[in-house]
Design a protein around this ligand. Structure first.
Ligand SMILES: Nc1ncnc2c1ncn2[C@@H]1O[C@H](COP(=O)(O)OP(=O)(O)OP(=O)(O)O)[C@@H](O)[C@H]1O
Ligand code: NI
Length: 254
C-alpha cells in the first residue's frame, strides 16, 4: 500500500517570553511514497526531515497547526487530523506504520531481554510472526533474543529495532537516520534490509545523511531545504544536479 504527504504545511506556535510566535517548519510538502519502493530524504540539519516523520506517525509536537493531507493506504488525514489525536491513529501506529528510531537504544529498555521485549511488541500489535521469524527476517541470529540490549553490537541493536518496527507487519515504514551510528559495511546491510522490506510491498521512507551507502537500497531521493522539498528524483539523476545545494549532498558519491 502506498502512502504520501500532499501539500502539508506545519506551523508551530512557540512562546518567546510573552510574545507568541509561529514558525513554519514544513512548507507545502508533497512526498509520494509508492508501495514497494525506498525513498530517501536528505537535507541540512533543521530543515524539517524529522517533522516529515512526525507527520507520518501522527506525532507532531504540541502547538503544531498542520494543513494539507496525509494518505496511508486507503486512510486519509486532512488538516487538524494530522496532529494525531484522531482515534484512527491508534490503530495505525505499529500496525500500518512502523517507525525505526534514530538510536536503537531508544527502542529497548535496558532491564529486559530483547526477546521478551519483542514478544511484548508482537503481543500488543497482534503480529502474525513470532520473535524468531522476525529475527530471520532482519538477518539477526535468534540467539540474540536471550541477550539484554547492552549486550548487542550497534548493528545487532539496529536490526532488533527494525524487527520491532516490522512486528505489526506495517505497509509503511519510516526510519529516521537508522544508520547514523553504524560503519559503512553495517549501514549497507541496513539499507539492504530496508530494500527487502520494500520488496515485499511496503512503502519505505529513510531519513538519512548517509549518501555513500544509500545506493544499496534506495529508489529515489528527496532533498529538503528550509521546510520545502526542493528536488525529488532517482539517485543517479539527482546526484548530477546543477543546483549547488542539491549536488552538495552527493559530492562524495563515487
Ligand atoms: N517541538 C518543537 N517545537 C518547535 N519547533 C520545533 C520542534 N521540534 C523541531 N522544531 C523545529 O522544526 C524545524 C525542523 O526540525 P527537524 O527536527 O525536523 O529537522 P531535521 O531536518 O530532522 O534536522 P536533523 O538533521 O538535525 O535531525 C527546526 O527548525 C526545529 O527547530
Ligand atoms: Ni532529524
Amino acid at each position: 500500500m502506498s502512502a504520501g504527504l500532499d501539500g502539508v504545511t506545519v506551523d508551530i506556535m512557540t512562546r518567546n517570553r510573552w510574545t507568541p510566535s509561529t514558525t513554519r517548519v514544513l512548507d507545502d510538502v508533497t512526498l509520494p511514497l509508492p508501495a514497494g519502493t525506498v525513498t530517501a530524504l536528505v537535507g541540512e540539519s533543521g530543515c524539517g526531515k524529522s517533522m516529515v516523520a512526525s507527520v507520518l506517525t501522527g506525532l507532531l509536537p504540541p502547538g503544531s497547526a498542520p494543513s494539507g493531507r496525509l494518505r496511508v493506504g486507503d486512510e486519509a488525514f486532512t488538516d487538524g487530523e494530522l496532529v494525531g489525536a484522531d482515534r484512527r491513529w491508534r490503530g495505525l501506529r505499529g500496525r500500518r506504520i512502523g517507525a525505526v528510531p534514530q538510536s536503537a537504544s531508544t527502542s529497548f529498555t535496558p532491564v529486559r531481554s530483547v526477546g521478551a521485549q519483542l514478544d511484548e511488541v508482537i503481543g500488543t500489535l497482534g503480529g502474525s510472526r513470532d520473535a524468531v521469524e522476525l529475527c530471520r527476517r532482519v538477518h539477526l541470529d535468534p540467539a540474540a533474543l536471550r541477550l539484554f540490549p547492552h549486550e548487542l553490537s550497534g548493528g545487532m541493536a539496529q536490526r532488533a529495532a527494525i524487527a520491532a518496527a516490522l512486528a505489526g507487519d506495517p505497509d509503511t515504514i519510516v526510519a529516521d537516520e537508522p544508520t547514523s551510528a553504524l560503519d559503512a559495511e553495517l549501514s549497507a546491510d541496513i539499507w539492504e534490509l530496508l530494500a527487502e522490506a520494500a520488496s515485499t510491498g511496503a512503502a519505505v521512507l529513510v531519513i538519512t545523511h548517509d549518501v555513500e551507502t544509500m545506493r544499496r537500497g534506495c529508489d529515489s531521493v528527496a532533498v529538503m531545504r528550509a521546510g520545502r522539498i526542493v528536488d525529488h528524483r532517482r539517485l543517479d539523476e539527482i546526484a548530477a544536479s546543477d543546483d549547488a545545494y542539491v549536488a552538495g549532498f552527493f559530492e562524495r558519491v563515487p
